[in-house]
Write a protein that binds this ligand. Structure first.
Ligand code: 13P
Length: 246
């Protein structure tokens, strides 16, 4: 159990439609109760729902974010994309950048760097995802991969207060697997050691659920969780928060 101020970020990926809005009532009620303790809830729904979520959360403290953005600050002929200013315009305050599901489709560290810069310029807070694949883990390359992702991803970015790091080992996403307690503690410590002046918030993501949260909450250098599958179920999402603090 922890007493820390913790972030619980729901990444809905490509799930959800207008009928999902009613499932948020429970979460809104929970967010206004004492049970939330030191938890901050943030939803990153698909772009099609950001505006509706934003209206729905008008009178509560739940934050909203996008799941990616284009690297350009200005409007342009980029079919199928939205930029950070557009996300901001419809009510987002956060954006996930560098998710492995996008890296695997060719999003490079360099492109991620440009996206982060444009998001910060638009005054969005960035949830910057990093993580190694199973193959890289087996070859004991976790640290070198994370180091490269951080170095290039944050190149020439001086003001880092609005950046959260989300450590998401690729092999843990959607697999039901989580890293061993000691391994995860050490990796988070390693990530924080890369920052000299002010330590960033480091979140963990990958198969977080109401069962394994009792293990994960004991890792005391983690500042929150980025939750995929379980976050689409209001009860599970609330349970994760409750159990973190119980
Ligand atoms: P799961 O929680 O479904 O494993 O997804 C994790 C994730 O990718 C969050 O960004």
């Amino acid at each position: 159990m922890t007493n820390k101020y913790m972030y619980f970020i729901a990444n809905w990926k490509m799930y959800g439609n207008l009928s999902s809005l009613k499932t948020l009532d429970k979460v809104i009620k929970f967010s206004k109760s004492k049970e939330i303790k030191g938890g901050r809830l943030i939803y990153c729904p698909p772009n099609t729902l950001i505006s509706s979520f934003s209206k729905k959360f008008k009178n509560c403290q739940i934050g909203i974010g996008g799941q990616n953005c284009h690297e350009s600050d200005v409007y342009g002929a980029h079919t199928g994309f939205v930029n950070s200013q557009m996300l901001k315009n419809i009510g987002a305050h956060f954006v996930i950048i560098g998710h492995s599901e996008n890296r695997v489709k060719g999003e490079s560290d360099k492109l991620i760097n440009l996206k982060i810069k444009s998001a910060l310029d638009a005054k969005l807070k960035v949830i910057f995802c990093i993580g190694e694949t199973l193959n890289e883990k087996k070859k004991k390359k976790t640290h070198s991969i994370l180091s490269r992702q951080i170095k290039i991803g944050l190149k020439n970015i001086k003001y880092k207060s609005n950046i959260f790091l989300a450590y998401e080992p690729v092999w843990a996403i959607g697999s039901g697997l989580i890293p061993k307690h000691q391994d995860l503690f050490k990796t988070v410590k390693y990530i924080k050691s890369k920052f000299k002046d002010k330590l960033p918030k480091v979140l963990y993501g990958g198969s977080v659920n109401p069962k394994n949260i009792t293990i994960l909450r004991e890792i005391n250098n983690i500042d929150g969780f980025l939750i995929g599958g379980a976050s689409q179920n209001a009860k599970k999402f609330i349970d994760i928060v409750k159990k973190t603090y119980s």
